[in-house]
Structure formats: structure tokens, C-alpha cells
Write a protein that binds this ligand. Structure first.
Ligand SMILES: Cc1ncc(COP(=O)(O)O)c(C=O)c1O
Length: 387
């Protein structure tokens, strides 16, 4: 038989999703794949139950149900101050995952270069491969995970078509400052580059940090494809509701790419989520507070257990340093951690371009009691030195 596509030959399966399977195998507490173990807001699930009876059950408009786009435009206008047009500047997608892929396919041709900060969320390299684009990796340098402006400009000098900006950032927890974003904006204009943002953690930011929407920077809306989703903001990762916000010129093409990829996001789920898009701003304030408490609980627990870690500024991940265990493979470390300690984490190597084997990533989007149980188990992590 003929070979399968060369495009997919270099693919491994997602390390994050693989860790979830390993976690299930060993009945471990799954702090690998980032999704909550608590319920979405009751108003949203109640609305879903109503819609089971009333519908809609058929296709929505391919680029998003009218009432969903209107509610989303209103919400994002409040947070960004941008006059977003629900008819011309939004595409509703199956999660930010599809939004990012659509964005890549909308702007890039095979052979085009795309700047990706490293460490990065693992989908970005797969998106680049599927689009035939070539990533230029620019390091975010530990321990603060900041980029060197000269290194970034050297990447821009290679004439990339786009830069992917994950802000707040998974896995390193950075919330880029206005000054950092201004540097990116200067280069984007100077080298005529699109910016594709992934802002799924826009509402999970820890004081004193604040989220700046890249599209709000002077002159940047016209070259920014803002991708985000409802997954993290409303604890509905399984609903697969995401979106692109961009100027009409870009959205016109993105609508077609999205239509041919998936036709559309689930109509009943769009209808049910509208109530969430109308939540008052206090909802987002409370959400940030809930995650602040979880972050503080978890990082204190790690510190108490003597596990060195970063302090996230946003998103719900912590990178922990496992250098002292002298494992050659962080993948093996994570397997041992799941099997022998009962906590699943993601090997840091899956996020970095450069060889890294001393970091693992935990997420803390879990009930406090789940986190406390995980921390009790992690207290025994030192045992891994003896396996
Ligand atoms: C940075 C980032 N982008 C996108 C996603 C996936 O988002 P969605 O559920 O909207 O596809 C995740 C999920 O963990 C993520 O961490």
C-alpha cells in the first residue's frame, strides 16, 4: 500500500493527551491535561437542559449563530474597548484549537515562516506542520521567561508571515507586559507580519498583572487575528466553543476555511453558552479570585514539599524543577510519578524547542480538595529518587 501523507509522518501523538491516558491507567490525580474537575456555572448547564427540549438541533450559520456572535461581540467590546462587528469580524469555531488552525491556514502559504515562542503550547508546531509553514522558535528565557528583543528582531528579519502569541502563556504562566507587547508591535509593523494570538486564559490573570489584548495596541487590530474560547473562562472545555476576532478582510477568508474544516460549532451549545456571555463583569473578577486561591494553595504546597517551581502570572499551570532527581528522561519521570506517587504531570520537553529534561508541568484547575490530595501525594515525590 502507498505511504500515508508525508505531512503527518513526523507527528507523535499529543504528549499532553497521552499523559491523561497514563493517568487513567494508574488511577492518578490528573494534573496533566488542563481541564477543571468542577462544574460550569449552574446558569449555563440549566440553560443546556432547557435547550435539549427546545433546540436548536440543526446547523447554525457556519461562522456562528447570530445571537451568539452578538453576545460575544458585546462581551469583547466591554473588555477590549474595540468596536467589534458581530457580522463582519467574528468566526465562531470548535474551540481555540480550531481557531488557531484556521488562522494559520488563512494567513500562511506552504513554506512561509511563522515565529513561535519557546516554550510553547504543543498544538502550535502541529498547526505549522499541517499548514506547511516553518516555525522559527524564539526562546523565552528562564527563569522569567522573557524574550531578548534582538533575538526576536533577528527572527522578524527572516520575513515571517505571522507570529503566534500565547498570552497569558501556557506553559510558563507569563502575562506579557505592555512594554513587551509594544516591542512585538513595532516589529510586526516594521516587518509587515500578522500576529495570531491565543488568549484562552484572558480572564485567568493574577494581580498585579493585567491582560492586554494585543489587538488593542495602536495600529495592531488590522494585522491581528485574536483567537480565544469559552473553554477556560466558563469551565466548559468539552463544549468546543471558540472564536476568531479579526478585521473583515481576514475574517472573510477565515469564514471559508472554517466552513470547509468543520462547518460549524455545535448549535445547541452556542445557544446555551449565550447566557454566560451576558454574565456581569463580577463573574470574571470572581473567576480570577477562585484561580488566585488555587494558585496560592498549590504553589505553597509545592514550596512546602521542597519542589522548586515558577510563580505563574496567569493561566493555570506551574512548571516545577526536577533537576535534583537526575532523570535522563522527563517522560520517564512523569510515568514514574503517575505510577508510584499517583499524580500525573506533563514532561516539560514537550513544550520546548531546545532539549530540556528538568521541568514538568502541573495544572491546578481542580477542586481545592483534589489539589490538597495531590499535594499530600507530592510530598512523597522525594521517594522517586530511590526507584
Ligand atoms: C494555550 C492554549 N490554547 C488553546 C487550548 C485549547 O483551547 P480550546 O479548548 O478552546 O480548543 C489550550 C488548552 O489547554 C491552551 O492551553
Amino acid at each position: 500500500m502507498q505511504n500515508l501523507s508525508a505531512r503527518t509522518a513526523g507527528f507523535t501523538d499529543s504528549v499532553i493527551r497521552r499523559m491523561t491516558r497514563i493517568s487513567l491507567q494508574y488511577n492518578a490525580i490528573n494534573l496533566s491535561q488542563g481541564f477543571p474537575d468542577f462544574d460550569p456555572p449552574a446558569a449555563i448547564s440549566t440553560r443546556l437542559a432547557e435547550i435539549a427540549g427546545s433546540g436548536p438541533h440543526q446547523y447554525a450559520i457556519t461562522w456562528g449563530a447570530q445571537n451568539f456572535r452578538e453576545a460575544l461581540a458585546q462581551k469583547q467590546r466591554t473588555f477590549t474597548g474595540l468596536p467589534i462587528d458581530p457580522d463582519k469580524e467574528i468566526v465562531v469555531t470548535c474551540g481555540s484549537t480550531e481557531a488557531m488552525m484556521v488562522a494559520m491556514l488563512t494567513v500562511s502559504n506552504p513554506g512561509d515562516k511563522v515565529i513561535v515562542f519557546s516554550p510553547f503550547y504543543e498544538n502550535y508546531s502541529a498547526d505549522a506542520i499541517l499548514a506547511g509553514a516553518e516555525p522559527i522558535y524564539v526562546p523565552l528565557n528562564p527563569p522569567e521567561f522573557r524574550f531578548d528583543p534582538d533575538v526576536l528582531e533577528a527572527a522578524f528579519k527572516q520575513h515571517p508571515k505571522a507570529l503566534i502569541l500565547c498570552n497569558p502563556s501556557n506553559p510558563c504562566g507569563r502575562v506579557f507586559s505592555r512594554a513587551e507587547l509594544d516591542i512585538i508591535a513595532v516589529y510586526a509593523k516594521k516587518y509587515d507580519t500578522y500576529i495570531i494570538t491565543d488568549e484562552v486564559y484572558e480572564h485567568i490573570v493574577y494581580t498585579p498583572h493585567t491582560h492586554t489584548y494585543f489587538a488593542t495596541l495602536p495600529g495592531m487590530f488590522e494585522r491581528t487575528i485574536s483567537c480565544s474560547s469559552l473553554s477556560k473562562s466558563y469551565s466548559i472545555t468539552g463544549w468546543r466553543l471558540g472564536y476568531i476576532i479579526a478585521p473583515e478582510r481576514i475574517v472573510e477568508t477565515a469564514k471559508k476555511v472554517h466552513d470547509f474544516l468543520t462547518v460549524g460549532a455545535a448549535a445547541p451549545l452556542q445557544e446555551a453558552a449565550i447566557i454566560g456571555l451576558h454574565f456581569p463583569s463580577s463573574y470574571y473578577y470572581d473567576l480570577a479570585n477562585v484561580y488566585t486561591e488555587k494558585r496560592n494553595l498549590f504553589i505553597k504546597g509545592l514550596s512546602d514539599a521542597g519542589i522548586p517551581h515558577i510563580i505563574p502570572e496567569g493561566a493555570y499551570y506551574v512548571l516545577a524543577d526536577i533537576s535534583e532527581y537526575h532523570y535522563e528522561s522527563d517522560v520517564q519521570f512523569c510515568e514514574d510519578l503517575a505510577r508510584n506517587i499517583g499524580v500525573a504531570a506533563v514532561p516539560g520537553s514537550s513544550f520546548f524547542k531546545t532539549p530540556v529534561n528538568h521541568l514538568i508541568r502541573f495544572h491546578f484547575a481542580k477542586k481545592n480538595e483534589t489539589l490538597i490530595e495531590a499535594l499530600n501525594r507530592l510530598d512523597l515525590m522525594k521517594k522517586l529518587k530511590h526507584f
